[in-house]
Write a new protein. Structure first.
Length: 352
């Protein structure tokens, strides 16, 4: 067989193999086997010296043509294979858009978070600032600056966890009011609410927990009157318990307010007729409040002949217990998912 015939045969063979190739890898093999340094067509070039001299240029040209033809064929096949691969992938990855979506299971907001957010919304809307304070407090801000000197009998109202003589776990969020007033250097107006955790040495039972939450509200400005307090408390009660609620103020005592009042809201369940929630009285006690005691203002550097104010403190735990009919305060702090899931948004299968 002449070299030319051999070349034609190799060309034919290579084209068949290219045609049969199922993957790029096979094309690469063809390239190496026929056109590589040790490839069979490259080998033919070496045999060229067997040809008569005058035939050699023509043969060389022929070999080059064959190389080019094979290369082109490989490229064309490569494009084809890529296209096929893409089509196969597209075919495999088609999604059925008519299938129902997978449901994302949402967590639920903790009931105390919900109450806090509701109240924060209300008070931010009224122009209040939210201020946070320290859970580990000094005796001074927790008691003394609030008109509760050492050995004052009213300290017994708040059974305290002492860390040292002067340092304690705050028993209420009122120290934030003392600190904030002090920072304002005697210049009003001050309008703040202070949410946070507080601690008392109560024995833990269904209605007492050594840790619970409070929200303190404080307004100090010129000409603040008891009627401002009453109007604010009315708004607060209606935000929490419904638009048709009434409130009632009863005289009370707190060292840091004078006069002091205990605030009741008309029962949201029986609308005042008497039921188990309001213990048949038609009223539910919800918070303590009063007009800021002049001593508290003076100690923080406010002129009590110019400024007056009101403060109130409520317990979101108690509010949530009333609102959602929760019987044990400890549920809020033990993170039992079965309890917390009941507060899922309705659209996610929850109740409230
Ligand atoms: N700090 C009081 C308490 O925890 C509540 C309160 C706050 C009362 C502000 C009056 C004014 O008992």
């Amino acid at each position: 067989m002449s070299l030319q015939e051999k070349l034609a045969e190799l060309r034919q063979e290579a084209l068949v193999r290219i045609n049969e190739a199922k993957a790029e890898r096979a094309l690469q093999d063809v390239k190496v086997n026929y056109l590589g340094k040790k490839g069979v067509i490259t080998g033919l070039m070496k045999e060229m010296k067997e040809l008569p001299k005058e035939e050699r240029p023509e043969f060389g040209q022929l070999v080059n043509e064959v190389r080019k033809a094979i290369e082109q064929e490989i490229e064309a096949k490569k494009v084809l294979l890529e296209e096929e691969a893409l089509n196969a992938q597209l075919e495999n990855e088609t999604i059925d858009v008519t299938l129902p979506g997978r449901k994302v299971s949402l967590g639920a907001k903790h009931p105390l978070t919900k109450i806090n957010e509701d109240l924060e919304d209300l008070f931010i809307g009224l122009g209040y600032e939210i201020v946070e304070g320290y859970e580990v407090e000094s005796d001074y801000y927790n008691f003394e600056a609030l008109n509760l000197p050492k050995s004052h009998p009213a300290r017994d109202m708040q059974d305290t966890f002492y860390i040292s003589e002067e340092i304690l776990m705050r028993t209420h969020t009122s120290p934030v009011q003392a600190r904030t007033l002090e920072k304002r250097n005697g210049v009003g107006p001050v309008k703040i609410i202070c949410p946070g955790k507080v601690y008392r040495r109560d024995s833990d039972d269904a209605t007492h927990s050594h840790q619970f939450t409070q929200i303190e509200g404080l307004v100090v400005a010129e000409n603040i009157k008891m009627s401002d307090l009453k109007g604010t408390l009315e708004l607060l009660a209606r935000k929490l318990f419904g638009a048709d609620r009434e409130i009632r103020l009863r005289p009370s005592f707190f060292p840091f307010t004078e006069p002091s009042v205990e605030v009741d809201v008309s029962c949201f369940k029986c609308k005042g007729h008497g039921c188990n929630v309001c213990k048949q009285t038609g009223w539910i006690e919800v918070l303590g409040s009063g007009m800021v005691h002049p001593n508290v203002l003076e100690m923080a550097g406010f002129d009590s002949s110019k400024y007056s104010g009101f403060a109130f403190g409520l317990g979101p735990d108690r509010m949530a217990m009333l609102k959602y009919g929760i019987e044990d305060i400890r549920h809020f702090y033990t993170n039992d998912v079965r309890f917390l899931e009941q507060f899922k948004p309705v659209e996610d299968g929850g109740e409230a």
